[in-house]
Ligand binder design. Structure first.
Ligand code: G3I
Length: 374
């Protein structure tokens, strides 16, 4: 009885505090804890999506480039770099005084085939590919030296069992391509915070692989500052224990943790495996797309609770977590509408298709408000 009264009183007091000081934005709510970011697309970068831009400026204090800094976009041909969109991306972040993310330098996807071949079509030697990698990293990182604060240097280098992926980078250069990429990025901008970024690190086999990798890199003096947990989550994965243990495990290694690509899938699972592999493509099927006309309230509430639970874990680790970035701004923007099945109606973010805050938005703000009233 007493306990119940105490709990009721506590929630009443928290409720009062929430009313009195309810922050009006995500970035204000988490200002003392970590950056709140969003991945932004070309329409937002170029000002074509004015409604999206207003929302980004009002709600977020960090941005990531959803696609424009990937190798195939910024460096489509051997002697051609295209900085048109990236320059506008960085200018947008500077205009709004944001923490600006670079994504990404070395990945097995979205990298043109020519990168790995000479002009006769033969595979490059280790030295030639290292020289090409160094040139790319120096050109791109060097251009934005002191203006892009953090780079995803290597993206998705691990298999699900924790072994190193046999990418073209690994096959031609060998396992030390990762250390080399960090070394080159550090040469190009010694102040930039350098990140290793991957998905599914909450699953133990892959997490242990990442722990071994980071431990080795650190023992070699490689300048790695953060591990990025992408966070392409679902309503039931990862468990809160997995999320908590994963952040804690990397914190112990002496690196910070960034949540780099957060979104939560509410649609029926189309693949047996939990993955964020962009090459997966499943055939369309109405059973996999049940919410074309709107999200039922019960699912909306589940999503809100799920976001609140995850943010409670992130907040618990606010000494280590330096940023939480959503992979998109509104549900209409999300890659989840076209992956792993094309043309679905997905609801993974905090703002709906009309750019209005969803119950999940309120729940995320409430977590911060509750914390600051304790
Ligand atoms: O730009 C072309 C456009 O000209 C063309 O008309 C259109 C036709 O489909 O395609 C456009 O390119 C698409 C591009 O996104 C921009 O919308 C590509 O097909 C599509 O494959 C690409 O998908 C991106 C994907 O990475 C692959 O690069 C997603 O937007 C992006 O959200 C996603 O982001 C990745 C992270 O970089 C790494 N972690 C996983 C995450 C989600 O997959």
């Amino acid at each position: 009885m007493h306990l119940r009264f105490a709990a009721l009183t506590a929630s009443f007091v928290i409720g009062l505090a929430a009313t009195a000081q309810a922050p009006t934005s995500l970035k204000d709510a988490y200002h003392a804890d970590f950056y709140i970011g969003a991945a932004i697309n070309t329409a937002q970068i170029t000002g074509q999506d004015a409604r999206g831009d207003a929302l980004i400026a009002a709600q977020f204090d960090s941005i990531s480039p959803e696609n424009c800094l990937k190798w195939e976009n910024v460096h489509p041909q051997p002697d051609k770099y295209d900085f048109t969109i990236p320059d506008q991306y960085v200018a947008f972040g500077e205009k709004h005084h944001m923490f600006i993310v670079g994504h990404n330098l070395v990945w097995h996807n979205q990298t043109p085939a020519w990168v790995f071949h000479d002009d006769k079509g033969n595979l490059l030697t280790r030295d030639a590919l290292l020289a090409r990698m160094r040139d790319h990293i120096h050109t791109v990182v060097g251009r934005y030296k002191g203006r892009i604060q953090t780079w995803d240097v290597v993206n998705e280098a691990l298999n699900e069992d924790g072994t190193l992926r046999q990418s073209m980078w690994e096959k031609i250069i060998g396992d030390d391509y990762i250390a080399k990429a960090f070394e080159y990025a550090h040469e190009a901008d010694p102040q930039a915070q350098l990140n290793y970024n991957d998905y599914n690190l909450e699953n133990e086999p892959k997490r242990y692989g990442a722990i071994a990798l980071i431990t080795k890199l650190k023992s070699q003096g490689v300048p790695i500052a953060t591990v990025g947990l992408q966070g392409h989550d679902s309503l039931d994965w990862p468990t809160l224990d997995q999320q908590d243990a994963t952040i804690e495990a990397f914190a112990k290694l002496g690196v910070k943790v960034a949540i780099t690509e957060l979104d939560i899938d509410v649609l029926p699972r189309a693949t047996r495996q939990q993955t964020a592999d962009v090459t997966v493509n499943i055939a369309q099927n109405p059973a996999l797309n049940p919410y074309v006309n709107g999200l039922p309230d019960a699912v909306q509430q589940q999503l809100a609770k799920r976001y609140a639970d995850l943010f409670t874990v992130f907040l618990k680790h606010r000494d280590v977590v330096n940023r939480v970035t959503f992979w998109g701004v509104t549900d209409a923007d999300s890659w989840r509408n076209d992956w792993p099945v094309r043309g679905r109606t997905s609801y993974p973010l905090l703002f709906d298709r009309a750019a209005q805050p969803k119950p999940a938005y309120t729940a995320v703000i409430q977590v911060a408000t509750t914390k600051s009233s304790q």
